[in-house]
Ligand binder design. Structure first.
Ligand SMILES: Cc1cc2nc3c(=O)[nH]c(=O)nc-3n(C[C@H](O)[C@H](O)[C@H](O)COP(=O)(O)O)c2cc1C
Length: 193
């Protein structure tokens, strides 16, 4: 799939990580396209293969269909609805809060959901698509809509999947804001001592 050329220069670093990591970012300018079932399945398989404490696999990933897309959209906060309406699939990462093997609380459930989301995000990138994570959703309403058990399930985050628009087709103001952001220096986040 053709990718558009964004400016990743503010993510440059000496001895940088693979371009897959540099080029994973969270755009807001999407164009509606349908993601075929096989592609979506590979993206979910990537999440499925993520590591987790006790291999509990505490993630449950809910994704919208064409029929439910607008329901999912309405469960996001307004600010996110504005851009997410043009994405192809909306989803929710749900953590299973208690271990299946002993019923005790799994303190790493949400952490493991984050790993699963990152895996699916990177697979999406490899498929020429983008994922954009969202903390801005109506938690109570969404939990009710999905029929979650409050004793055992927590809605951790929402996300979208889709195809970005060619920045050249956007007006200057929009395209200026649609730029990958930068990162703290490695020396600040890596304490090798
Ligand atoms: C848990 C989580 C919640 C986020 N919530 C939102 C959100 O509600 N709305 C939004 O536009 N972006 C949201 N983001 C995207 C972040 O702003 C973005 O990941 C961050 O600025 C780093 O930029 P990048 O993903 O483009 O590299 C969220 C990201 C994560 C991981």
């Amino acid at each position: 799939m053709t990718d558009y050329v964004f400016d990743f220069s503010n993510r440059d670093a000496q001895n940088n990580a693979d371009s897959l990591f540099v080029q994973r970012w969270s755009p807001r300018a999407f164009e509606k396209t349908s993601i075929d079932d096989a592609t979506l399945e590979r993206i979910m398989q990537a999440a499925r293969l993520s590591p987790s404490c006790f291999n509990a696999q505490p993630w449950r990933i809910y994704t919208s269909t064409d029929a439910t897309f607008d329901d999912y959209l309405n469960l996001l906060v307004e600010g996110n609805q504005g851009w997410a309406k043009d994405t192809s699939v909306l989803g929710f990462m749900v953590a299973t809060l208690n271990f299946e093997h002993n019923g005790k609380p799994n303190a790493w459930a949400e952490f493991d959901c984050g790993a699963a989301w990152m895996s699916l995000s990177l697979q999406a990138r490899m498929e020429g698509l983008y994922s954009h994570g969202m903390g801005g959703f109506k938690a109570d309403e969404a939990a009710k809509y999905l029929g979650l058990d409050p004793e055992d399930q927590k809605l951790v985050m929402a996300f979208s999947l889709g195809k970005v628009v060619d920045p050249n087709s956007m007006d200057e103001e929009t395209s200026k804001n649609e730029t990958p952001n930068e990162r703290k220096p490695l020396s600040e986040i890596w304490l090798n001592k």
